[in-house]
Ligand binder design. Structure first.
Ligand code: GDP
Ligand code: MG
Length: 356
């Protein structure tokens, strides 16, 4: 039907609309009804557009490093701990330390075992990732300052990890301080039904000083012990998939996204779809700023080549063709736009004025 007829019908229904305006579902049904049609609504999930790929066969699965998150109350020492590990655990024999903050990093212990740390600044990215149900963490380190107490954010962190079924290792920090009282912290945890090992419970706990680096090696040992119980595996011989950790527009390099490969291996040249963006992986860098050609399971990597900055928590996939990637990206973008329109309030008179 001519668009002017649609506008006429809308007017008759008391709606002032312009030619390129989107209507909500209820209005669409009303207008269609005027023309003798019924509207059928199909709901589409943005992430669902990707077909579930085949499951991995057990014989294709290889051990992978654990992905670890550090949580806890503000000022209890999360950043200090992550910084200490970043600066000391440099791969033996490899030139240069971890120079860049890319939202995640991997360290290799002397015996060759690796751990990947999520190192996302601020709570927002974590909240976004949790909200999207991204299951990124294998083990949670919960930091509690020994000169303070179990605080609201400590409780929140414990509850989040428990709800997600993520094993917890407690790090009782700042034991170098004269006012430190680790036993009091253990008592508080016990009152919450989190009985630590040296109190006869099942929760691993390590007293540390993140500032001095005291006992951090023992803490990592306990983290690896928890990880080993989970028998973490992935299939390096398939197309990569994983989660976006952070992304930004870099003046010189264009859009730069840090992604964490969770399964498969990511290669330079792959066609990546991440959230509503896509592109060829033009170059990849590790947390040491070195160019790499491929990244296997549990490896964080900076990717250059996407046509925009996906959100933290968006999934990424590798597709066969540009066309396919573009089509899905466009479809998702359209859905996102429609969803944001839907949540918009009714138009105001002022807005109508501006439209005319
Ligand atoms: P976050 O908010 O959890 O990231 O905590 P930070 O790592 O920023 O630490 C907060 C403050 O506590 C900083 O001033 C740190 O220098 C200090 N701090 C962290 N760990 C230790 C520690 O083991 N011993 C002492 N004495 N101070 C620490
Ligand atoms: Mg911090």
């Amino acid at each position: 039907v001519p668009v002017t007829d649609v506008i006429d019908v809308c007017m008759n229904l008391g709606l002032m609309v312009s030619i390129n305006q989107r209507l909500d579902a209820e209005t669409m049904a009303l207008v269609a009804d005027e023309f003798g049609y019924k509207v059928e609504f199909v709901s589409v999930d943005v992430q669902e557009v990707i077909k579930e790929e085949e499951e991995d066969k057990p014989e294709d699965l290889k051990p992978r490093p654990p992905i670890v998150t550090v949580m806890g109350h503000v000022d209890h020492g999360k950043t200090s701990l992550l910084d200490y590990i970043r600066h000391t655990n440099v791969i033996a024999g490899e030139a240069g330390g971890i120079t860049q903050h890319i939202g995640a990093y991997s360290v290799e212990l002397e015996d060759g075992r690796k751990i990947t740390f999520l190192d996302t600044p601020g709570h927002e990215a974590f909240t976004a990732m949790r909200a999207r149900g991204a299951k990124l963490t294998d083990v949670a380190i919960i930091v509690v300052a020994a000169d303070d107490a179990v605080m609201p954010q400590t409780v929140e962190a414990i509850n989040h990890a428990s709800a997600a079924g993520v094993p917890i290792v407690f790090a009782i920090n700042k034991i170098d301080k004269p006012t430190a009282d680790p036993e009091r912290i253990k008592g508080e945890l016990a009152n919450m039904n989190y009985l630590v090992e040296d109190w006869g419970g099942k929760y691993q706990c390590q007293e540390i000083s993140a500032k001095q680096g005291l006992n951090v090696d023992k803490l990592l040992e306990k983290v690896l012990l928890e990880a080993e119980l989970k028998d973490l595996k992935a299939n390096p011989n398939r197309r990569a998939s994983g989660t976006v950790i952070e992304s930004a527009l870099d003046k010189g390099r264009g859009y730069v996204a840090t992604v964490l490969v969770q399964n498969g291996t990511l290669h330079q040249g792959d066609i990546m779809l991440a959230g509503i963006y896509y592109g060829h992986v033009k170059a990849m860098f590790n947390e040491r700023g070195q160019r790499i050609q491929e990244a296997g399971p549990a490896t964080p990597v900076q990717v250059i080549g996407l046509n925009g900055a996906p959100q933290a928590g968006d999934y990424f996939n590798i597709l066969d063709s540009d066309r396919e990637a573009r089509e899905i990206a466009n479809k998702r973008e359209q859905l996102v736009r429609m969803q944001s329109m839907k949540t918009k309030k009714h138009i105001t008179l002022d807005e109508i004025g501006r439209r005319i």
